[in-house]
Write a protein that binds this ligand. Structure first.
Ligand code: PLP
Length: 285
C-alpha cells in the first residue's frame, strides 16, 4: 500500500512521522474519513469544509489547499487501485522540538499531513445493513468539544470494546439521560413517521452524512425533528438508525436488549439508505 506523508507517496513501511509529533504525544490532531465507491469520493466537499473548520477551531495551520487535497485523495485512490473503501486523512500540529503543553508558533511549525487508503470491497452492500445493528447505552464521558473531529478517540474506542464484550455492534452515548451520538456515528430514532436526531451543538460531531441524509429526507417530504431524545424514548421508538461516512445509513434494531418495532430494519432507515447511496454516488467526485 502507498501512503502519503508530507508531500511524498511512499510504501507504507517507509512512511514515518517524528516521535515528537504532537499528534503522537498529545492527540493534537484532527482527521477525516471519506468513503470511496466505484473509485470516486463521496461528499469530498463536505469533509474538506469540516476539516478546515476543525483546524480553525484548534488554531492549526492548513497543510494545503482544498484543490491539492482533492488531488492527493485521487492520486492515492488510483495508486492503491481502490474501487470501494475509504481514505483516511490526518493533520497534526507537528512539532519542531521538545514536548511542551504550549502550542508551537504556527508560523514556524508545519503541520503533519498523512493520508492512507483502506480497501473495503462491497462497502455499500454490507450484510449488516440487512439485519441491522444492536447497540448498548453507555455514559458519555467525552470532553466538551465533540464538534471538533480530533484524533482523541480512546473513549469511543473503549465504548466499541464494551459493545463487543456485550456481543453487540456499537454503543450509544448518554449524557443526562439523553442520547448524544454513537461511538463513531450520529444517532436517530423514528416515531410515528417522524425522524428525530439531536440538534447540532458542541455536544456532537456535525456529521457530513447527517447533513446529507437530513437534506434528502426533507426532499422526500419526510418530517425531521432536530432535538434531543432520551434513551427511554429511543427504546420505545418504531425504528432507529445511525449515519456515518463509512456505515452510510445503518439500521439499529435493538437497544440494551430491547427490540425496536419488528426487530428488523425499519422502512424509513431502509429507504434513507437507498436514497443516500443513490444520491451521493451521483454527486461523487
Ligand atoms: N459522530 C462521531 C463521534 C463520529 O466519530 C462520526 C464519524 O466518524 C460521526 C458522528 C459521523 O460523521 P460523518 O457522517 O461525517 O462520518
Amino acid at each position: 500500500r502507498i501512503v502519503y506523508v508530507n508531500g511524498d507517496y511512499l510504501p507504507e513501511e517507509e512512511a514515518v512521522v517524528s516521535v515528537f509529533d504532537r499528534g503522537f504525544l498529545m492527540a493534537d490532531g484532527v482527521y477525516e474519513v471519506t468513503s470511496v465507491l466505484g473509485g470516486k469520493l463521496i461528499d469530498f466537499a463536505g469533509h474538506t469544509a469540516r476539516l478546515n473548520r476543525s483546524l480553525r477551531e484548534l488554531d492549526m495551520a492548513s497543510p494545503c489547499s482544498d484543490e491539492e487535497l482533492l488531488a492527493i485523495h485521487r492520486e492515492l485512490v488510483a495508486r492503491n487501485g481502490i474501487e470501494d473503501g475509504l481514505v483516511y486523512l490526518q493533520v497534526t500540529r507537528g512539532n519542531p522540538g521538545d514536548r511542551d503543553f504550549v502550542f508551537p508558533d504556527p508560523k514556524v511549525t508545519k503541520p503533519t499531513l498523512v493520508l492512507f487508503t483502506q480497501s473495503k470491497p462491497g462497502l455499500a452492500d454490507s450484510p449488516a445493513a440487512k439485519t441491522g445493528w444492536k447497540v448498548i447505552s453507555i455514559d458519555d464521558i467525552r470532553w466538551g468539544r465533540r464538534d471538533i473531529k480530533t484524533t482523541q478517540l480512546l473513549y469511543p474506542s473503549m465504548g466499541k470494546m464494551m459493545a463487543k464484550k456485550a456481543g453487540v455492534d456499537d454503543a450509544w452515548l448518554i449524557e443526562d439521560g439523553l442520547v448524544t451520538e454513537g461511538t463513531s456515528n450520529n444517532a436517530y430514532i423514528v416515531k410515528g413517521g417522524r425522524i428525530i436526531t439531536r440538534q447540532l451543538s458542541n455536544d456532537i460531531l456535525h456529521g457530513i452524512t447527517r447533513a446529507a441524509v437530513l437534506r434528502f429526507a426533507a426532499e422526500a417530504q419526510m418530517v425531521v425533528e432536530e432535538r434531543s431524545f432520551t434513551i427511554d424514548e429511543a427504546k420505545a421508538a418504531d425504528e432507529a438508525f445511525v449515519t456515518s461516512a463509512s456505515a452510510f445509513v445503518m439500521p439499529v434494531v435493538e437497544i440494551d436488549g430491547v427490540a425496536l418495532g419488528s426487530g428488523k430494519p425499519g422502512p424509513v432507515a431502509t429507504r434513507l439508505r437507498e436514497i443516500y447511496l443513490e444520491e451521493s454516488l451521483k454527486a461523487a467526485v
